[in-house]
Design a protein around this ligand. Structure first.
Ligand code: PRP
Ligand code: URA
Length: 206
């Protein structure tokens, strides 16, 4: 189990604007997509590739291609990261997991699940916020119930130590890729300093 903090200057720049409470939803969406692109690139850095032969206009040569990828955004907020992944990898298969945290218990309630075959594929679970880790853990569980993926990687914008610990305990095989490991959680399960409610800020529902 590992955690990778993507500390590229552009990622830090984008994250700072996402944290800024004055960033309005249209800008928030654009920045979230750009940051997701940087995170996804890092998340697939060590993906195995396969050698293939191609004909250039001049001669035959070899190159390497990626294996089958599956992206699984956790609804709603994970949708803010999906477009970056589908643009980077147009052949990606996409599954959806709908989870909403109960405000009092902080337990994730499942309301939707539609996953493609995952056997032998590399799965990127997308959720910008890893807070208590309940949602992330449930999503990885759902992927594993569906089949036997080659790998599962959890890609988020901000992680809290509590969520990292939970995911490490429940799914030690799932590495985490994030732009920041924040300080902790408040009494309502919000990440500190965090960036507030990602889904609300993304969709203008706050
Ligand atoms: C947020 C976020 C994660 C979850 C993280 O979703 O997008 O899915 O909370 O919290 P956890 O780590 O404590 O489970 P939320 O339940 O607010 O739903 P939304 O995406 O529809 O806004
Ligand atoms: N979900 C969010 O959107 N933000 C947090 O800080 C925690 C959970």
């Amino acid at each position: 189990m590992s955690i990778t903090i993507v500390d590229h200057p552009l990622a830090e720049h984008l994250l700072t604007s996402l944290r800024d409470r004055s960033t309005p939803p249209p800008v928030f969406r654009t920045l979230a997509k750009r940051l997701a692109l940087a995170l996804a690139l890092e998340a697939i850095r060590d993906l195995p590739t396969t050698q293939v032969t191609v004909e250039t206009p001049l001669e035959r040569t070899t190159g390497r291609v990626l294996g089958d990828l599956v992206a699984v955004p956790i609804l709603r907020a994970g949708l803010g990261m999906l477009e970056a992944v589908t643009e980077l990898f147009p052949e990606v298969a996409v599954g959806y997991i709908g989870l909403e945290r109960d405000e009092a218990s902080l337990q994730p309630q499942s309301y939707y699940r539609k996953l493609p075959p995952v056997d032998g594929r590399h799965v990127l679970v997308l959720d910008p916020m890893l807070a208590t880790g309940g949602s992330g853990s449930a999503a990885c569980e759902a992927v594993k119930e569906t089949g036997s993926p080659a790998t599962i990687r959890f890609v988020c914008v901000v992680a809290a130590p509590e969520g990292v610990g939970r995911l490490q305990r429940d799914h030690p095989d799932v590495p985490i890729f994030t732009a920041s490991l924040d300080r902790g959680l408040d009494d309502h399960g919000y990440i500190l300093p965090g960036l507030g409610d990602f889904g609300d800020r993304l969709f203008g529902t706050e």
